[in-house]
Design a protein around this ligand. Structure first.
Ligand code: ATP
Length: 303
């Protein structure tokens, strides 16, 4: 196994409506769709679609979404042996309402994702310890994230920590034990409490984090690309110019592709360039996982 993703899965329940209903009002909406999401699952699917061997440690609930999620991960080639089904709890779901002006309102019910526990890391230990890279986000309990980082250190597994959604409760000492810390601009702003409204301010906020002992900080900057910062270097990777249709899940596409590349050759700038191109492809299509290309579609795109 190349990569282990320990994290969340969510089912996006998307209703397209002409306008949002008022309190107490029942409204007919023209369209509804279900999408597979969750930051952990998105990142696992991106890496697996590119050909990495990926396992996922996650929890599904006791409902009709569970089998759908498992099937979706398996179809992408993700190993689901260590997906736990939690009885009496719903799967993670995100009811999303999108109006005719493309404004969205989103509710997140973490459901089973809150039940991913440190004991689940130990349960998956036989497979986890053979992995070369672990990817973590913050849609599961923090104690589980910390247990996974401890496990990875003990077994010399490289770690990418994507601090999303940003939590000021995150113990930065754990982040410093990870090989890569990968926030987007908003997460950087929340984690540091510093403005990120200019390149200079982003660099200043980044240096504040690095001063705490982070090794590699990679900040994704949306249509402005991505930045790699260490104690003694700053490298900017320009984005690919594309016509963006839907940017949701671009950060997860970037991370999944970066992970796949990094385990293959360990060259950070090269992995970032590929990740940037992969994420650019993803913003040209609607949805999250369904906008991620597989290896051959991606190869055609970049050649
Ligand atoms: P999300 O939360 O929607 O998953 P994010 O905010 O975490 O996304 P971004 O920083 O917006 O992540 O984007 C991740 C990467 O995707 C960027 O670093 C860039 O490489 C690529 N990207 C995003 N938007 C565009 C765009 N409009 N054009 C080209 N590339 C883009």
């Amino acid at each position: 196994m190349d990569i282990a993703v320990i994290g969340s899965n969510m089912v996006d329940l998307i209703t397209y409506t002409d306008r949002m209903p008022n309190a107490g009002e029942t409204l007919e909406a023209p369209e509804f769709e279900i999408g597979c999401g969750g930051k952990g699952a998105n990142q696992a699917v991106a890496a697996a679609k590119l050909g990495a061997s990926v396992m996922m440690v996650t929890c599904v609930g006791d409902d009709l979404f569970a089998d759908n999620t498992l099937r979706n991960l398996q179809q992408a080639g993700v190993d689901t042996r260590y997906v736990k089904k939690v009885t009496g709890v719903s799967s993670g779901v995100a009811p999303i309402f999108v109006d005719s002006a493309s404004q969205n309102r989103i509710l997140i019910v973490k459901g089973a994702n809150n039940h991913l526990l440190p004991a689940d890391i130990e349960r998956a230990a036989p497979a986890l310890q053979a992995c070369r890279l672990m990817i973590l986000q913050l849609e599961i309990p923090l104690e589980t994230v910390y247990a996974a980082i401890d496990f990875a250190r003990r077994h010399r597994i490289a770690v990418i920590l994507n601090p999303a959604p940003a939590s000021r409760d995150l113990d930065i000492a754990y982040a410093c034990q990870c090989d890569f810390f990968m926030p987007n601009e908003t997460e950087l702003e929340i984690l540091t409490g510093m403005p990120v409204d200019s390149e200079e301010n982003i660099l200043r906020a980044g240096r504040t984090l690095l001063a705490k002992g982070l090794r590699n900080l990679i900040i994704t900057l949306g249509q402005r690309g991505a930045l790699w910062m260490t104690g003694d270097r700053v490298e900017h990777v320009a984005p690919l110019q594309v016509k963006a249709l839907d940017t949701s899940g671009a950060g997860d596409a970037f991370i999944g592709c970066f992970a796949h590349e990094y385990v293959r050759h360990g060259d950070v700038p090269q992995a970032m360039r590929q990740a940037s191109a992969y994420a650019a492809y993803s913003v040209t299509g609607k949805g999250t996982q369904r906008s991620y290309p597989d290896a051959s579609q991606f190869f055609d795109f970049i050649t």
